[in-house]
Ligand binder design. Structure first.
Ligand SMILES: Nc1ncnc2c1ncn2[C@@H]1O[C@H](COP(=O)(O)OP(=O)(O)OP(=O)(O)O)[C@@H](O)[C@H]1O
Length: 234
C-alpha cells in the first residue's frame, strides 16, 4: 500500500467559542503524492480542516498524523519548524510581504528552513537558482523579480506565492482557494503549473475550492460534507 501523507482517525475539532464541533471526521487518508481537491460550501469547515493539517490548530480529540508525525505532540516551536520544513501553504490572500521584492519573498521560505536549503543542496541547487527556475516556470517575467510584490497583478502575486510555497520541495502543499480571483483561462493555467511542479517532486497537494469544475485537474475530490459528520453549519 502506498505511504500515507495524511492519516486521521476520529478527528474532532470545536472552536473554543462554539458549543458544537465544526468537524467530526471518522477517517481521513491521503497518500503521498496524491493531488486532492477539497470541496465544500461556505462555512462547512474547509479552512478549519486546513488549519489542523498545517498544525495551526490541534484536533480536540482523535489522531491526525502528517508525514508520520502527530503534530499535537510537538510543542509550538517544533510545530512551527515542522511547518516551515515540510509544508508549503498558499493562502487565499497570498500573504506576500508587500514591500519586499518578488525574489526575496520566494527566498524567505528557505531563510526559515535549513531543511529546505539542505534538500536543494543535495541536488546541487542554490536557493537562488531554484527561485529563478520556479519564477521562470511560473511565468513571472525577469524584469519583475526585483519589484516590490505589492506592485504585481493579482494573478502574478498568486504565482509568486506558489513559488514561495514550492521552493525547497516541501512534502505537502496546502492551498486555500488561491484561484478565486482568476478568470477561467488564468485559473486553468495556474493549476497546470502548480500540478506540474507537484508531480515532478512527488509533492502531496491539498487544494481547497468551492468550484466543482476544477475537479478534472486532481486525482481525487473529497467532499467535506460527505466525510464530516457534523453537517453544514452555514
Ligand atoms: N477563528 C474562529 N473562531 C471561531 N469560529 C470559527 C473560526 N473560524 C471559523 N469558525 C467557524 O467554523 C465554521 C467553519 O468555518 P471555515 O472558515 O472553516 O469554513 P470554510 O468552509 O472554509 O468557509 P469559506 O468557504 O466561506 O471560507 C464556521 O461556522 C465558522 O464560523
Amino acid at each position: 500500500m502506498a505511504e500515507l501523507c495524511i492519516a486521521g482517525q476520529q478527528i474532532e475539532f470545536c472552536w473554543p467559542s462554539q458549543s458544537q464541533p465544526t468537524l467530526r471526521i471518522p477517517e481521513l487518508s491521503i497518500r503521498t503524492g496524491e493531488r486532492i481537491l477539497l470541496r465544500g460550501p461556505s462555512g462547512s469547515g474547509k479552512s478549519t480542516l486546513l488549519s489542523l493539517l498545517a498544525g495551526v490548530n490541534q484536533p480536540t480529540s482523535g489522531t491526525l498524523t502528517i508525514l508520520g508525525t502527530e503534530l499535537h505532540r510537538l510543542n509550538q516551536r517544533r510545530r512551527d519548524k515542522f511547518r516551515a520544513d515540510h509544508i508549503g501553504y498558499i493562502f487565499q490572500q497570498f500573504n506576500l510581504l508587500p514591500y519586499l521584492s518578488v525574489y526575496r519573498n520566494v527566498l524567505l521560505a528557505c531563510d526559515f528552513s535549513a531543511a529546505r536549503k539542505q534538500k536543494l543542496a543535495a541536488e546541487n541547487l542554490s536557493p537562488e537558482a531554484e527561485c529563478e527556475r520556479l519564477l521562470t516556470h511560473l511565468n513571472i517575467p525577469k524584469e519583475l523579480w526585483r519589484r516590490q510584490a505589492a506592485t504585481l497583478s493579482v494573478g502574478q502575486q498568486q504565482r509568486v506565492a506558489v513559488a514561495r510555497a514550492l521552493i525547497g520541495k516541501p512534502e505537502l502543499i496546502i492551498a486555500d482557494e488561491p484561484t478565486s480571483a482568476l478568470d477561467t483561462d488564468a485559473r486553468d493555467n495556474f493549476l497546470s503549473l502548480l500540478q506540474d511542479e507537484c508531480q515532478s517532486a512527488n509533492i502531496t497537494l491539498v487544494f481547497v475550492t468551492h468550484d466543482a469544475t476544477l475537479s478534472h485537474h486532481f486525482d481525487r475530490t473529497i467532499e467535506l460534507t460527505e466525510i464530516n459528520q457534523t453537517g453544514v453549519s452555514a
